[in-house]
Write a protein that binds this ligand. Structure first.
Ligand code: NAP
Length: 267
């Protein structure tokens, strides 16, 4: 019988390149009793090969699985945020992993429900943006409290690991993923005597609910993004965001804490 802990699935944008480039890694894995699957369904380790964008896609396309470990292998010049391994050094890293006890790191995700019937998870962020050249307006509620009315280009709601992505470009804070929370940052809010928003990013705890209610104007459909994928829904009345119970598990390597990644990437 196959060992339930030894089933690997590799996710990459280009299958042929994936097989060719990862051949030495596949060989090491097979020598150590691991099986490489063609489908993620029964895998207990899902490895993305590419960049952060590929990792986000791997997690999304495999359904934010909690019963397996995710790992990112960078196939670009640098190792990026979700990629703890580089394609040129992955064989030595694997040998290390197979010899030692691996430590698991957990990344919080957010759950978004759009108009009661569509629900999905995001690992980086949920973004809601005007799709036209004009501003759009939405009411922001924290739990049952009406908080503010936003007018501008849009809002970005990010997870702690997403805090170093889109959120950071909007001057949001970089948040330690050990803190269970999510952050709201503005895209060009229009502030005047009629419309006023807080004007700075704010962080909500894991037992808060954020509700974004659109003031209705049939012509101005917003664009909604779940990480690097656009949602196909055109019309939306409200989006409700909470921190999800689902967490993404990844392999934690030595000298590769979140803050070491922040330092490596930005400093
Ligand atoms: P992309 O537009 O091709 O690349 C966006 C950049 O963000 C890439 O350099 C990517 O790294 C990096 N990145 C992604 N997730 C990150 C994270 N958690 N921390 C630090 N850097 C991160 O799109 P993509 O590669 O598919 O990534 C999608 C993400 O791009 C979205 O989730 C959003 O966060 C971000 N984004 C940012 C802006 C902005 O800053 N103005 C606008 C739109 C989207 P890699 O090169 O390793 O992929």
């Amino acid at each position: 019988m196959e060992n339930r802990r030894n089933l690997f699935f590799f996710y990459g944008d280009d299958k042929a390149t994936l097989i060719e480039k990862m051949k030495p890694v596949y060989d090491i894995l097979k020598e150590n009793g691991f099986t490489i699957l063609d489908h993620p369904q029964h895998a207990n380790a899902i490895v993305s090969v590419g960049d952060d964008g590929t990792f986000l896609q791997a997690v999304n396309k495999t359904g934010f699985r909690e019963d397996c470990l995710y790992a990112g292998v960078s196939a670009t010049d640098d190792i990026s945020f979700y990629c703890d391994f580089h394609i040129d050094h992955v064989d030595s890293a694997l040998q290390e992993i197979t010899k030692n006890e691996i430590e698991v790191r957990r990344y919080p995700t957010i759950q978004v429900t759009v108009d009661h019937d569509t629900s999905f998870h995001c690992l980086n962020e949920f973004s809601l943006r005007s799709s036209v050249i004009k501003t759009f307006v939405l009411d922001v509620y924290i739990d049952d409290l009406y908080f503010e009315t936003f007018r501008g280009d849009g809002l970005v709601v990010s997870t702690p690991t997403g805090s170093t992505a889109y959120n950071k470009s909007l001057s949001g804070a970089v948040v330690d993923p050990l803190i269970p929370c999510f952050q709201v940052s503005e895209l060009a809010s229009l502030n005047n005597n009629t419309y006023r928003t807080l004007g700075s990013p704010f962080i909500l705890s894991n037992d808060r609910t954020l509700t974004l209610k659109l003031t209705h104007n049939d012509k101005d459909y917003p664009v909604m993004g779940m990480d690097n994928e656009a949602l196909s829904i055109k019309q939306v009345e409200k989006a409700v965001v909470r921190l999800s119970d689902k967490q993404i598990k990844t392999v934690k390597l030595k000298n590769n804490s979140f803050w070491e990644k922040v330092q490596r990437t930005f400093l």
